[in-house]
Design a protein around this ligand. Structure first.
Ligand SMILES: *[C@@H]1O[C@H](CO)[C@@H](O)[C@H](O)[C@H]1NC(C)=O
Ligand SMILES: *[C@@H]1O[C@H](CO)[C@@H](O)[C@H](O)[C@H]1NC(C)=O
Ligand SMILES: *[C@@H]1O[C@H](CO)[C@@H](O)[C@H](O)[C@H]1NC(C)=O
Length: 170
């Protein structure tokens, strides 16, 4: 009986530890353009500058907020982005929305309304997997810490519970 309970607790410990690991890779939230939102900027480099010092990971959320007439086009290839060709954007979504980055690799965002893209309402990012962090480059606040305090707490709580149940042969 005591042995079975011990085995069950090891299973529970494993599940708790896995849930802790999932918690470590918590996604980062970004408001595109920060307080300026998703609008036509006064200079063409605004969104490129905004994105340039950030590292994006799969599962991160991009929030596009705007008033007035804008759209978000999402492209996976550079050609249409470079010349603001909005006739072939991969995805069009109206009104404010949240985009959760599904995969690694390049993403190109542009406004498909009028000449907004040509006036700088566009940016590209290169999305990395959580396992591919380069240790030498400085990480923004989106980077997950390598070791979670939660994992240690979960591990030692489970271990303590295991010792208690084996000691008292519940
Ligand atoms: C670029 O445009 C943004 C948004 O209009 C503005 O906040 C920022 O000051 C501009 N930067 C420069 C260098 O003009
Ligand atoms: C825009 O993209 C479409 C679809 O790929 C293409 O047929 C068209 O020639 C492109 N236009 C320009 C100006 O590049
Ligand atoms: C990125 O740049 C912005 C403004 O230029 C600054 O406020 C922010 O702290 C920078 N982030 C990092 C991670 O360097």
């Amino acid at each position: 009986m005591g042995r079975n309970v011990g085995l069950n607790i090891i299973w529970i410990c494993s599940i708790v530890a896995m849930l802790s690991i999932i918690d470590v890779s918590e996604a980062a939230d970004y408001t595109v353009g920060d307080s300026f939102g998703w609008n036509v900027p006064t200079n063409e480099s605004f969104y490129i500058d905004w994105a340039s010092n950030k590292t994006f990971f799969v599962g991160d959320n991009l929030f596009f907020n705007w008033n007035g007439d804008h759209m978000v086009g999402i492209e996976r290839e550079a050609t249409h982005y470079d010349n603001c060709n909005t006739s072939a954007v991969g995805l069009l979504i109206g009104s404010s929305f949240r985009y959760t980055i599904p995969e690694t690799g390049p993403y190109y965002f542009l406004c498909t309304v009028g000449d907004h893209c040509a006036r700088g309402q566009k940016f590209s990012i290169n999305v990395r997997s959580l396992n591919s962090e380069a240790p030498s480059s400085p990480q923004p606040d989106s980077a997950a810490p390598p070791i979670s305090f939660g994992i240690l707490v979960a591990f030692f709580s489970c271990f303590a519970l295991h010792m208690l149940t084996t000691t008292f042969k519940v």
